[in-house]
Design a protein around this ligand. Structure first.
Ligand SMILES: [Zn+2]
Length: 147
């Protein structure tokens, strides 16, 4: 597994915070806990968890919960994203979340996916998870491509 430029303490914190975020998951219907940790470009951290709803489609994934929290705190650039679940092999972000992440992340941003087993991790870049994506620069070409 490549570290994607993260130092060991950042890798450790990403894993720990993503796993800990599962504790605040609100998932009484699926019992499928998901935790997400964002390492912001300024070095700060934001976490999120999946928040379910009795009206199932209203449910919000952990990744979008974390991103919405971050953006409302003025953080729109990220060095890495961690997602933790209780299954093995690890789950990856759903399609909607991949697109949501794309709004605020370059294709090179690594997404670390942690599974049930100790040390279990798969890492892919956003570009690998969402190839040929549509992003902000496609609507505003003058802002330049963020590849
Ligand atoms: Zn999702």
């Amino acid at each position: 597994m490549t570290d994607h430029g993260l130092i060991p303490s950042e890798l450790q914190e990403l894993s720990r915070r993503a796993a800990a975020a599962k504790d605040v998951s609100y998932s009484p219907y699926s019992n499928f806990r998901v935790g997400c940790a964002l390492l912001c470009e300024d070095g700060s951290w934001v976490i999120g968890a999946n928040i379910e709803n009795a009206s199932y489609p209203v449910t919000i994934c952990a990744e979008r919960t974390a991103l919405v929290k971050a953006v409302t705190e003025g953080k729109k650039r990220f060095k890495a994203i961690g997602v933790s679940t209780d299954i093995s092999p690890p789950a990856s972000p759903c399609g909607m979340c991949r697109q949501f992440i794309r709004e605020f992340a370059d294709n090179s941003v690594p997404i670390f996916m942690y599974g049930r087993k100790e040390g279990e991790c798969i890492v892919k870049t956003l570009g690998e998870l969402l190839p040929m994506s549509f992003g902000p620069e496609d609507l505003h070409p003058d802002r330049g491509a963020r590849k």
